[in-house]
Ligand binder design. Structure first.
Ligand code: TRP
Length: 335
């Protein structure tokens, strides 16, 4: 009996900096867990990174292999997961051009994620067109690989919804050749920044990276935002908005233990230093092996580059098949 074909996963990240532990709980952890059961493609989305970094191409370039290292470090196995450099897959750009006909400017303007980003970056009406349409290009990323499942953080849900709409439109207008993907959202909600702000991000300077040393992690835990009114150990402390407890929820496998700590903290008598010490142990249990694997792979960047090169070649074959089917569906398969 032949082995059944596994359903495909496609997901990815913009290579604009090293990946942080927010990426880990948002999507990386799920990808690692699923790679055995799915044919997994991981896109290093340099084209998308260029949409808001086109003035710093070297920064994007430098981060492509950094992100690949992060993937290897968290345990994505190049035997099971295919790493693909987006700009090396021209079929994605080609599909994007055709998909742009299937969406309206007013609909793109309503995309909540893009809306927030436009506001954050202060673009206003001067938003570069490439940035404005990146959800369409993301639909091309996903469909080029025929992905059934897309593991993402919740901020990416509007992108998957947009993709599903494009797929339905394409399949109805032309021929049913595209796969309509489903999002797989992490069970853990968004991880706040070290400063307690809603979002962890490089630009806000409140991130803990997968590449951080043990000392970095210890120092960052010490600086973490807790309850500003919890001044003395005896005082009752607040859990809501307390970053340390948000991280324990995300990383401590001992849920009953966390519940007990919360109860003690709220009652009074449990100091921040003690809770932070526990959090540091929990974080180290997850991230020490990741850090070690990262350092080991980093010794041979030539080998890392080779994995990405081979993955990209395999990915191109899949995307080319989709493109051929899409051309046929659109009656553009001339010769
Ligand atoms: N937009 C994603 C981010 O900013 C990165 C990304 C690009 C992506 N293409 C994708 C995610 C396709 C999932 C599927 O993190």
């Amino acid at each position: 009996m032949s082995t059944p074909i596994k359903p495909r996963i496609l997901t990815g990240d913009r290579p604009t900096g090293p990946l942080h532990i927010g990426h880990y709980v948002g999507s990386l952890r799920n990808r690692v867990a699923l790679q055995r059961d799915y044919d997994t493609y991981i896109l290093i989305a340099d084209v998308q990174a260029m949409t808001d970094n086109f003035e710093q191409p070297q920064k994007v370039r430098d981060n492509v292999l950094e992100v690949a290292l992060d993937y290897l470090a968290v345990g994505l196995d190049p035997q099971q997961s295919t790493f693909v450099v987006q700009s090396m897959i021209p079929e994605i750009a080609e599909l994007t051009v055709f998909y742009l006909n299937l969406v309206t400017v007013s609909h793109l303007r309503q995309n909540p994620t893009v809306k927030t980003e436009i506001a954050q970056k202060g673009y206003g009406e001067s938003v570069p067109a490439g940035f404005f349409v990146y959800p369409v290009s993301q639909a091309a990323d996903i469909t080029a690989f025929g992905a059934a499942l897309v593991p993402v953080g919740e901020d990416q849900l509007p992108m998957i919804e947009q993709t599903r709409e494009i797929v339905r439109r394409f399949n109805t207008l032309y021929a049913p050749v595209l796969v309509e993907p489903k999002a797989l959202v992490s069970e853990t909600g968004r991880l706040p920044g070290l400063d307690g702000k809603a979002k962890m991000s490089k630009s806000l300077g409140n991130a803990m990276y997968l590449s951080d040393s043990a000392d970095d992690v210890a120092q960052k835990v010490r600086s973490m935002y807790t309850d500003p009114n919890h001044l003395r150990v005896e005082d009752p402390g607040q859990i809501e908005g307390n970053t340390v407890f948000a991280y324990l929820d995300a990383f401590d496998p001992d849920k009953a233990g966390v519940a007990a700590l919360k109860e003690h903290y709220q009652r009074g008598g449990l100091g921040d230093i003690k809770v932070k010490k526990h959090l540091l142990e929990v974080l180290e249990a997850t991230f020490a092996p990741i850090r070690e694997r990262r350092l080991a792979y980093a010794k041979d960047m030539g080998a890392v580059e080779q994995m990405v090169k081979e993955g990209t070649a395999r990915g191109r074959e899949v995307a080319a098949q989709t493109m051929q089917a899409a051309r046929k569906a659109m009656r553009l398969d001339y010769f």
